[in-house]
Design a binder for this molecule. Structure first.
Ligand SMILES: NC(=O)c1ccc[n+]([C@@H]2O[C@H](COP(=O)([O-])OP(=O)(O)OC[C@H]3O[C@@H](n4cnc5c(N)ncnc54)[C@H](OP(=O)(O)O)[C@@H]3O)[C@@H](O)[C@H]2O)c1
Length: 272
């Protein structure tokens, strides 16, 4: 029987490519996004159905889940991909930006998971694939504490849920990616700043340099991330956590090989 995947954040980047990959594999795809009226590419596929969904809006999440279940009967895999970054000194972050970071990257997946649990219980199983980051497993840069917080929380949520969903035959997987070519992630970052206080300016400059140095030559090919997602959804891989890409794997090697104090100093030195 034809399988169905439900994906959040398919207007760009990894979400869009994942929707296309599964459509090309012959799956039904429930592709969700905040602004379906702007979509022109995914609508060309007969087996992609587009739904409006802002992951922070519980009623929209519920409604999109209900519509997709009504359309396709069974949803096999749900991919929590939607995400954004709030960067800059914590001291200067707008209250709204702090809440929004958590609302999209952590509360969003909670909303989506809760919307699908009754369905997965009824059909006797299913899989959630949560798109995290190596920034969910370790720190990597200064001025990224809010993003780290949101993805570390997503990791804790996913790992904690394992025990209550395993007896129900519901699987959880995490993708630890490090950013790939062709996404809108950098452009979408919400920065905190205060023009009157300059104590963080040096760090900010170094962070921007590091981010800008990650261009098409150094960023991962999104294909390897979509391959990893496909391997999980089709059960070619049953890894709980999949670290994808060179940057993430190099960093995790370092993180796992030295005490945390040494790791923190190494990263801090990179930005001093
Ligand atoms: N690129 C990186 O450096 C990087 C690194 C590690 C992990 N990640 C993670 O990978 C995932 C995919 O990001 P990407 O790299 O493909 O970047 P992207 O091109 O910016 O894609 C992010 C997607 O999330 C959507 N989104 C944002 N807020 C949303 C909300 N409230 N409700 C629903 N959708 C929302 C965006 O939709 P709109 O068009 O409506 O904004 C967009 O479709 C994210 O979870 C991100 O945190 C990215």
């Amino acid at each position: 029987m034809k399988k169905t995947v439900f994906i959040t954040g398919t207007s760009s980047g990894l979400g869009k490519l994942t929707a296309i990959r599964f459509a090309e594999l012959g799956w039904n795809v429930a592709a969700t996004m905040r602004t379906p009226e702007k979509e022109t590419e995914l609508s060309n596929y007969d087996n992609i159905q587009i739904y409006k969904l802002d992951v922070t809006k519980v009623d929209q999440v519920q409604s999109a889940a209900e519509k997709a279940i009504a359309e396709f009967g069974t949803i096999d895999v749900v991919i929590n991909n939607a995400g954004m970054g709030a960067y800059g000194p914590l001291e200067f972050a707008e209250e709204d930006a702090i809440d929004w970071q958590f609302a999209v990257n952590t509360r969003g997946p909670i909303n989506v998971i809760r919307a699908f649990l009754p369905h997965f219980r009824t059909v006797g199983g299913g899989m959630f694939i949560n798109i995290s980051s190596f920034m969910g497993l370790t720190t990597a840069v200064p001025l990224g504490s809010l993003y780290n917080m949101s993805k570390f929380a997503l990791e804790g949520l996913t790992e904690g849920l394992y025990y209550e969903l395993k007896p129900l035959g519901i699987d959880l997987r995490l993708i630890e990616q490090g950013g790939s070519k062709g996404t809108n992630f950098k452009e979408g970052i919400v920065w905190s700043k205060n023009a009157n206080i300059n104590v963080y300016d040096g760090l900010m400059e170094k962070l921007l340099q590091a981010m800008n140095a990650r261009d098409d030559d150094t960023l991962d090919d999104p294909k390897i991330i979509v391959d990893a997602i496909e391997d999980l959804a089709t059960r070619r891989s049953n890894q709980f956590r999949t670290v994808v890409g060179k940057a993430g794997n190099d960093l995790m090697k370092l993180r796992n090989s030295v005490p945390i104090e040494q790791y923190l100093e190494t990263i801090a030195d990179n930005f001093s």
